[in-house]
Ligand binder design. Sequence first.
Ligand code: NAD
Length: 485
Amino acid sequence: MLVKNYINGTFVDGESSFVNINPVTGEVINRVVEADRAAVDSAVDAASKALGGPWGSMVSSKRAEYLHGIADGIEQRFDDFVDAEITDTGKPLSQARSIDIPRGVTNFRFFADLLGSVAMESYETHSRDGRHALNYAIRRPLGVVGVILPWNLPFLLMTWKLAPALAAGNTIVAKPSEETPSTAALLAEVMDQQAIPKGVVNLVNGFGQNSAGEFLAGHPDIDAITFTGESSTGAAIMKASAPSLKGLSFELGGKNSAIIFEDADFEKAVAGTAKSTFTNCGQVCLCTERVYVQRSIFDKFVSALKEKAESIKIGLPCDKSTQMGPLVSHGHRDKVLSYFDLARQEGATVVTGGKVPDFDDEKSDGAFVEPTIWIGLPETARCVKEEVFGPVCHIAPFDSEEEAVAMANNSRYGLAAAIWTENLTRAHRVAGQMEVGMAWVNTWYLRDLRTPFGGLKMSGIGREGGLHSLDFYSQPTNVCIELSA
Ligand code: NAD
């Protein structure tokens, strides 16, 4: 099958293409047309023209109907989306069915309804010179939004950005990751079937540097870029977008911590940390890679987490009982395995894992690695500092609350943290001290779409979620009407 670009309501072929590889079998899933500069230009042109058309000025309730229509269209092809997502990423069927695809549907429904329920500010003004006026703000679309996405949660993140951008009346040129183009291609089909006006959503495929990603970031007619991916890529996009002063929303990398206090519910903390470390093979930006455990329970915790890690069922994505599939690609596995080697060189004790699992069946061609736990590294080790983005954590002991907070905050990243304690005041106190965008207490990855999502430090710029998304994807214009006679 050939995945084409979707530009101005048409599926468009091109001169060059690349292959999308299945991380389990190493086989070609589909060929993907690479958008060259001319294709990106025509997508941006189509989006600019559509902005000036009925979409930007349409009443928000009408746009909401379109968004619900997209959600309906995804639900009608639910199994196709699940198949495409697990084939591209290798993630387990159970996860795609219960998280990725349903959350994509929810994103469209949630943002469809949000705009109709939020007020804008208004003030009655009495100025010093005796004039009387009414001030109120209205929301205008931001413009043409460029959307650049990673491979770890392809459909969830695509919809997380498309839905609010569309709800606010923008038009879009989106680029999925070169590793995971299939659910975006299905989404284009759904948009087409739902008769979303031509040019409102355009999808271009390609790579980053010298390809569609860079062409979008530097395009003078794109008003804003919303990007999720590595921090270093964010820096490159910021540089490329600087000449046209684009609005930027960045959701970037992390090296997230978990703090387990001796007063935690032990079983809950172990299960929660196993989940936060190994979900999606460690390839969620929110996954825990640094675990700090109070010294009195350190040994017990390490052996309990080891037991959990060793009980994870690694398997084929399509097997209903699989809990962990392969990494997204053999290339990413090489990166993760290089950290497994580096950890040994840096002096880690490998508690469990640390290598490719031994299979003597069809899984042996897949990009699998074992769930891995390290102890014994200094806090200065690269494996404690750098994001691995695989199923691995380092566990270190601490003695006091102050020390735990200082260790957790000693990172150039600041995305998420999980705190495990049954002490109510400590929970509030420590959560407030974490230098992160999201601090969970006695849970992880529990999301409410109304809440702010984003990171501090190298983990991001800006916030999305609920009103924060609307604030990024729209611009307020203040209207001032003099009322004095
Ligand atoms: P990546 O930065 O390598 O690629 C992301 C996207 O950027 C891809 O579409 C790629 O083609 C494009 N790109 C690469 N170079 C570019 C350039 N110079 N100009 C324009 N576009 C360019 O990230 P990845 O490896 O796909 O994803 C993993 C990373 O994403 C991890 O660091 C992870 O933490 C991060 N992530 C963050 C969040 C969050 O919400 N904070 C969520 C998911 C993933």
